[in-house]
Write a protein that binds this ligand. Structure first.
Ligand SMILES: CC(=O)[C@@H](O)[C@H](O)COP(=O)(O)O
Ligand SMILES: NCC(=O)COP(=O)(O)O
Length: 237
C-alpha cells in the first residue's frame, strides 16, 4: 500500500500569519500521525515563509513516523538536514524566490553536484530522494547520482487529469516502470488531491509514498484533519 506523508507547510503559513503559535505545528504533526499519517513532510524555504529552521529542529524531537525534509541543498539546508538526520531528505531544485516547486532536477547537467550532496546524506544514514519530471533521461540520470528514490513531480498530471486522465498519467506510469527497473524507489507529490489521487495510485506502479499538503490542508477546513487524512488514505488502498 502506498504510504501517505502529510506536508504541514500550510499549517506553518497559517501560524505565521499572526506571529503567535496558533496553530501549533508540532501538535499538528503529532495529531496527523495519530489520525493515520505515515510520515510528516516539511519544505523549509530560505525566507522561512512557512516552515522555519527552528520548526525542523522541534519536529525532529516529536515525529515518530517517517520525517521527510524537502528543499534545495544550499549550505544551510545541508547543515540542517545533517543535524536533524531525518529518515528521508528530498532534494528539490527550487530557486529561493520560487512561489512553489515548479520543476524537477535536470539530473544530467547537475549530476556531479547531486552525487556530492547525496553521498553526504547517505554517509549520515539518511535515505535520499530527488524531485524529477517524467523525462526518462532524468530518471536514468537520477540512478547515476546514487539516490535511493525519486519523487515524481506530479503537477503536470494534476493539471491534465481533468481533460484526459489516461493521457495525463501515461508518462508517470512509464517513468515509474523505468525507475523500478533501475532499482529506484518511487515517491510522488505536488498538487495531488482527493480528485486525482486514486487514479494516480492505481495507474502508477510501485509507488512507495505520496506527500500531500496544499489540497489536504484545504480539505481539512471542510472535513476536519482526522476525517481528511482517513479520506486520503482510502484513496491509496
Ligand atoms: C516538492 C514539492 O512539490 C512540495 O514540497 C512543494 O514544494 C510544497 O512547497 P510549498 O508548500 O512551499 O508550495
Ligand atoms: N512533495 C510534495 C509535497 O510535499 C506537497 O505538495 P503539495 O501537496 O503541497 O502540492
Amino acid at each position: 500500500m502506498t504510504r501517505l506523508s502529510v506536508n504541514i507547510n500550510k499549517i506553518a503559513t497559517l501560524r505565521n500569519a499572526r506571529g503567535g503559535n496558533t496553530p501549533n505545528v508540532c501538535k499538528m504533526a503529532t495529531d496527523c500521525e495519530r489520525f493515520g499519517a505515515e510520515g510528516i513532510t516539511v519544505h523549509p524555504r530560505p525566507d522561512e515563509r512557512h516552515i522555519r529552521y527552528q520548526d525542523v529542529l522541534d519536529l525532529k524531537k516529536i515525529v515518530t513516523t517517517e520525517f521527510n525534509i524537502e528543499g534545495y541543498p544550499n549550505k544551510e539546508f545541508i547543515d540542517l538536514v545533517l543535524r536533524v538526520t531525518p529518515e528521508q531528505v528530498t532534494l528539490v531544485p527550487d530557486p529561493p524566490e520560487a512561489l512553489t516547486s515548479n520543476a524537477g532536477w535536470d539530473t544530467v547537467t547537475h549530476k556531479d553536484f547531486l552525487i556530492e550532496v547525496i553521498s553526504k546524506f547517505k554517509t549520515a544514514g539518511i535515505r535520499t530522494s530527488i524531485f524529477v519530471d517524467t523525462n526518462l533521461k532524468n530518471i536514468e540520470g537520477a540512478k547515476a547520482t546514487g539516490t535511493d528514490r525519486i519523487e515524481l513531480y506530479t503537477e503536470p498530471f494534476a493539471t491534465d487529469y481533468p481533460k484526459n486522465p489516461e493521457e495525463a498519467v501515461r508518462p508517470f506510469a512509464i517513468a515509474a516502470e523505468k525507475a523500478h527497473e533501475l532499482g529506484l524507489g518511487i515517491n510522488a507529490g505536488h498538487d495531488l488531491s482527493l480528485e486525482n489521487l486514486k487514479f494516480f495510485n492505481e495507474n502508477v506502479p510501485n509507488l512507495a509514498e505520496v506527500s500531500i499538503g496544499h489540497a489536504l490542508v484545504a480539505d481539512a477546513l471542510y472535513f476536519g484533519m482526522e476525517n481528511t487524512i482517513q479520506m486520503y488514505k482510502r484513496q491509496l488502498k
